[in-house]
Design a protein around this ligand. Sequence first.
Ligand code: NAG
Ligand code: NAG
Ligand code: NAG
Length: 428
Amino acid sequence: MKIIALQVSFLVFLSTLSFTSAASCPMDLNYVTRIPWNSSVCRDFHPLNSTPKAEISKQNCCVALLSVFGIGLAEHLKETTLFQLPDLPTSNTCLRDFQAKLDSLSLPNNVASLCFDPMQFVITPDLCANIQTTRDWVAKLGESTALDQGCRADLSDLTACDTCLRAGTEVHSRLVSIDGNSSHGTDCFDFIVLYAAGIVNEFGPEKEQGSRPRLRPNTGSIWFKLHDLEKATDNFSKKNFIGRGGFGFVFKGVLPDGTVVAVKRILESEFQGDEEFCNEVEIISNLKHRNLVPLRGCCMIDDDEIGINDHEKGRKNIILDVAKGLAYLHYGVKPAIYHRDIKATNILLDADMRARVSDFGLAKQSREGQSHLTTRVAGTHGYLAPEYALYGQLTEKSDVYSFGVVVLEIMCGRKALDLSSSSSPRAF
Ligand SMILES: *[C@@H]1O[C@H](CO)[C@@H](O)[C@H](O)[C@H]1NC(C)=O
Ligand SMILES: *[C@@H]1O[C@H](CO)[C@@H](O)[C@H](O)[C@H]1NC(C)=O
Ligand SMILES: *[C@@H]1O[C@H](CO)[C@@H](O)[C@H](O)[C@H]1NC(C)=O
């Protein structure tokens, strides 16, 4: 895991600037594309075909999707104490967002609506024993049930899984008998799964935090210890979460001296090894400009991830700020620096709504006397200049091209690559 702490007063990300929605989904569905799950059961699913075989393949797909969606519901239960979503508009929005994630896994653009009725995720008293919240649960079943002992452990261990399953069966028959209506059995079963995953299991629904990352000795004054950043961000707690993007997660943090920082946890895969990361850190740490996010320090340990969010603001100023930041990189420092990954998710807005270029993960320093660099092509689809993408020719113009795409995005309110289901099939 590589972490960068950027000194800022407050940050939002430009990436979702132009996208607003009425009812927002309280579930963070980014795990859908992050966790490993076998989506191939839904890939060759032909809904129009109503043969028995197609019916079975639909069922298999829907069961898989329910499990995946359930991870989000369990997380939601943990955060809000509600067993389902609060109302129908919220459920509709969540299912639409869920489908957008499935789109990006190349699944058919209507699987979520074919598998689910939005009403099935809305909380009502007549689902299972009048339970709507974890408080209702405790009132009906007591502080501790068989689940609390049986489902704590890591369930990838088959014996532990079996123990949890048996505990579930026991609690299920209690719930059904409290309810008295045997047709509520399925809902009660779902509640038990959500409770076991969201409340009881110590690894949580996503089971991400298996082992602690190993600390590697850091050198130099700008290097933080992981512990410092855990302290600054309250152990990367949810309340400090700013957002998520292609590169990982961003958290707000406060250093012991009171400085507010954005702490970015970076996906390992974005760097070709530690040497490259250290090199980029050296580059950024020497830069100072009001339209660049200043680096406060970094931390490197083995393993993991970063992030992103939204706001509204004078588009012209944002564009100008980004242009000034780029002009500084290209003409204000020697040798010039090519950012190589200018895109909406790499532009941050501070408390004064000034835009700052961030994420120098792919930055390259030009060598004196060379008109252009030929390097391994890196960057983001949709933003790459053609001559760079095709021939690896890197000049400051490559950044200008990407900047142009960002300008178009800001002006049109659309993403460079639109893979969502709302537009015509597979529209780019
Ligand atoms: C995923 O599921 C399909 C059947 O739906 C199976 O053929 C394939 O082996 C599975 N892949 C993995 C990695 O488990
Ligand atoms: C049992 O539950 C079903 C589904 O909620 C409902 O339609 C039915 O009226 C209930 N039966 C009784 C006796 O309450
Ligand atoms: C963060 O969590 C670890 C265990 O995961 C704990 O040892 C540590 O004290 C926590 N730090 C803070 C600042 O809460």
